[in-house]
Ligand binder design. Structure first.
Ligand code: PSU
Ligand code: MN
Length: 303
């Protein structure tokens, strides 16, 4: 695989070959989702947390046009400080690759690259999904259709609260993508423990998650399994506050004519400013929890 246009860090190749646990991490979260200088701290802390669990981190992004699985600390530092860096979903990958640009990879592009490298577990904050008003705008994240075609395990705290959650859950059903709650059948709402919508299955241990992944592979099914891991109730954003902020964030986006792939960064930034950073702390906590759970599941999958 090292002769492909995709660069896989030696450490990641070795761990995959030796059946040691690896967890993939995306880069849009630190190139577009979190403000500086917190973004870099969070990205490096995620890697440190995994290493402390005995798990090899594989942070994924595009460096100088090279899609890379296992960015170095130096590369992560550069990407997290690059202005106007590309947000790279799967369709953007050939473009930034050919034009030799830096880019932060979304869930879609990260899942593709992780799977290419043989990595089975991918932890992120929140997934992309169906935006409000999508029946008019057609704004639905390519995360969903991409995950329908890539057999990896994705751990998130649900889809971001800015999205149309019931529509997103319907789309996952259409795309044959299983959604499993970790310790709950209440779908988490990213900033909040419970989005108010139910999902069909709950599991309680990393071993059960690993067994589902193994069954998916044994059946030869091509899609991702989504593990939804809620933030602890005492660490969530107050749900009443969130509803109010979301209504204003969406109104402001509409007023400013924000659309397309600028929507997600705009809405997240609005929420962060409006809560004076409280949502940022929740976002970081959500991510920390998903990365730690990813480490446990990756370890279970090697046994
Ligand atoms: N979750 C966050 N911050 C983010 C994202 C998710 O807390 O920045 C990113 C992910 O990379 C996800 C992307 O894949 O937003 C979805 O963007 P879009 O809706 O344009 O597909
Ligand atoms: Mn979109």
């Amino acid at each position: 695989m090292s002769d492909s246009v995709i660069h896989i860090a030696q450490e990641v190749q070795d761990a995959v070959r030796d059946n040691r646990p690896v967890v993939a991490l995306e880069s849009t979260i630190f190139t577009h989702g979190l403000p500086r200088p917190r973004n870099l701290k969070v990205a490096l802390a995620a890697e440190d947390g995994l290493r402390a669990q005995g798990v090899t981190p594989a942070t994924i992004g595009v460096f100088n046009g090279v899609p890379t699985v296992g960015l170095s600390t130096e590369q992560i530092t550069t990407l997290s400080n690059t202005d106007d860096i590309a947000k790279v979903s799967l369709r953007d990958l050939p473009v930034v690759s050919a034009l030799r640009k830096h880019g932060g990879t979304t869930v879609a592009a990260t899942a593709f690259l992780a799977h290419h490298a043989g990595v089975k577990v991918f932890s992120t904050g929140g997934l992309g999904g169906v935006h409000h008003g999508a029946s008019e705008t057609f704004d639905e994240s390519a995360d969903m259709t991409t995950l329908a075609q890539i057999p990896i395990l994705v751990i998130s705290a649900g889809v971001k609260s800015i999205l149309d959650i019931p529509a997103t859950l319907e789309r996952f059903e259409t795309l044959n993508i299983p959604v499993i709650g970790y310790g709950t059948t209440h779908y988490p709402g990213f900033y909040v423990t419970d989005s108010g919508f139910r999902i069909g299955y709950a599991v309680n241990t990393p071993e059960e998650v690993a067994a589902i992944v193994t069954a998916r592979d044994a059946l030869g099914l091509p899609q991702s399994v989504l593990l939804a891991n809620p933030v602890a109730a005492d660490k969530q954003l107050p749900p009443e506050q969130l509803d109010y902020i979301l209504r204003r964030a969406r109104a402001e986006a509409e007023k400013q004519g924000i659309s397309g792939n600028a929507s997600t960064p705009f809405l997240l930034d609005f929420i962060q400013r409006d809560t004076r950073g409280v949502s940022l702390d929740v976002n970081v906590e959500v991510y920390r929890g998903n990365v730690a759970l990813g480490g446990l599941v990756a370890a279970a999958l090697t046994r």
